[in-house]
Design a protein around this ligand. Structure first.
Ligand code: FDA
Ligand code: NAD
Length: 434
């Protein structure tokens, strides 16, 4: 079988891979030195588009419109860009074996790839209901969303099941963004999730109450505190009913499941140190194996600001960790050093006419401020998290670019706040004066 050799190989062709390629190009890479090996058939793109404009009936996003790095306001790297730079894009190629000691990767088709330096950027895979044996979960028209192929299948079924009934399983990011996207397509949408409120990883009860109210006003039905325990299908094998643990049965033409992701680290099991489900790295994204780096969703890295180690499954970190790793690789070659990664967590979401941003850490006491009436014509509200007398996290719905900058600054600076009533009263103006 063919054997190819590169100075640098990136395994994975998602967000991190694209931003890493741009950084390699900025730092200087010679033709033939860098390869990206991806199981997807397309060049790296901004994955967040898949759960938003990709599914909209109007203003639809399609490739090549959202290749990286447009999501952060950068240049769009089309397949020709990689060609011009001499960066080899090896697409539709799944790596099935990695031998870090022998510095060798093997694809499903048996091709062998050798490298001097490896960047692991395999991202996450969805958790499937079939993984924990939910009855009937392999029926047709039960969908998951991670890659562009999954999104294409959804687009197809949206067209085919006009005015149909959709059940969304899960109340996290996918659950909230997909419920909105499918409702905008005029489908009849019901969300089901086990927790007492949506997005419990981040939202307080007060924040969630706004989104649940807003979604209800848009016609999305919400069933909380229970899970899907089985599915009934028709004679074609297409899903027809969702059975809930509380005994209710919901009709469904389409089911979308968003019950979390799992970092794709199995290829490297036993070969590299892991921590918190990811591959353990230092502040330069170097793993325990020399010449091997890990970035994006798979990396468990030191979070300097909080003096602990974390894994982050969001696009901003995917971009920044990739840039940091490439800078570290290139500076190392030149015998120079760079600053350690000093990341401020940044998460965001958009649905319907809403848009929120969050910066920092959601720990300690939370206060809610502003107009959080879901029926308000222009709702704008937020939350601060206060720990040990300091504001450590800030959330804002409906903020302007300057206001979002202000809450980011608060989370970074961590100003003192002892009087929580006063903080509630001051609201956004507290952030704007920092
Ligand atoms: P990413 O998943 O982008 O890329 C991994 C790549 O590796 C894929 O191309 C995959 O095919 C490939 N791969 C995996 N195993 C392989 C193998 N064995 N061989 C070859 N290739 C392999 N975040 C956010 O902050 N705001 C948002 O709005 C959204 N929206 C959003 C929507 C949807 C639908 C998803 C799925 C995710 C988001 N996210 C998000 C999360 C964000 O997209 C995510 O954190 C980054 O894409 C992570 O970047 P990575 O490069 O680590 O993985
Ligand atoms: P998530 O972790 O955000 O949410 C998972 C949700 O699944 C939980 O909140 C819970 O409500 C629900 N759940 C768990 N077990 C369940 C069960 N048995 N039945 C019903 N519900 C159950 O994960 P996700 O929404 O699937 O997102 C997947 C990945 O994509 C994550 O990495 C996420 O960060 C990323 N993503 C991010 C964004 C964004 O940042 N705006 C958007 C989309 C996807």
């Amino acid at each position: 079988m063919a054997e190819k050799s590169f100075k640098y190989v990136i395994i994975g062709g998602g967000v991190s891979a694209g931003y890493a390629a741009r950084e390699f190009s900025k730092q200087g890479v010679k033709p033939g030195e860098l390869a990206i090996i991806s199981k997807e058939a397309v060049a790296p793109y901004e994955r967040p588009a898949l759960s938003k404009a990709y599914l909209f009936p109007e203003g639809t996003a399609r490739l090549p419109g959202f290749h990286v790095c447009v999501g952060s306001g950068g240049e769009r790297l089309l397949p020709e860009w990689y060609k011009e730079k001499g960066i080899e894009l090896i697409l539709s190629t799944e790596i099935v074996k990695a031998d870090l000691a022998a510095k060798t990767l093997v694809s499903a088709a048996g091709e062998i790839f050798k490298y001097h330096i490896l960047i692991i950027a395999t991202g996450s895979a969805v958790i499937r209901l079939t993984d924990f044996g939910v009855q009937g979960a392999d029926a047709k028209n039960i969908f998951y969303l991670r890659e562009i192929d999954d999104a294409d299948k959804l687009v197809e079924v949206i067209k085919g099941k006009k005015n149909g009934k959709v059940v969304i399983v899960g109340g996290g990011y996918i659950g909230l963004e997909l419920s909105a996207a499918l409702r905008i397509n005029n489908l009849d949408v019901t969300m089901v999730y086990p927790e007492p409120w949506c997005m419990p990883r981040l939202f307080t009860a007060g924040i969630a109450a706004f989104y649940e109210g807003y979604y209800a006003n848009k016609g999305v039905k919400i069933i909380k505190g229970t899970v899907a325990v089985g599915f009934n299908a028709d004679s074609n094998g297409e899903v027809k009913e969702v059975k809930l643990k509380d005994g209710r049965v919901l009709e469904a033409d389409i089911v979308v499941v968003g019950v979390g992701g799992r970092p794709l680290v199995t290829l490297f099991k036993g070969q590299v140190e892991e921590e918190k489900g990811g591959i353990k790295t230092d502040a330069f994204f170097k793993t325990s194996v020399s010449d091997v780096y890990a970035v994006g969703d798979v990396a468990t890295f030191p979070m300097k600001l909080y003096n602990d180690i974390r894994r982050v499954e969001h696009v901003d970190h995917a971009r920044k960790s990739a840039e940091q790793a490439v800078k570290a690789i290139k500076s190392n070659e030149e015998g120079k050093t760079i600053d350690v990664y000093d990341y401020l967590p940044f998460f965001y979401s958009r649905s319907f006419d809403l848009s929120w941003q969050f910066y920092g850490d959601n720990v300690g006491d939370a206060v809610l401020f502003g107009d959080n009436d879901p029926a308000s014509p222009n709702p704008k509200f937020g939350s601060y998290w206060i720990k040990d007398g300091k504001v450590v996290g800030a959330f804002l719905e409906g903020g302007s670019p300057d206001e979002n900058k202000a809450i980011a600054k608060v989370a970074r600076v961590q100003p003192p706040a002892v009087n929580l009533d006063l903080l509630t009263k001051e609201g956004l103006s507290f952030a704007c004066k920092i």
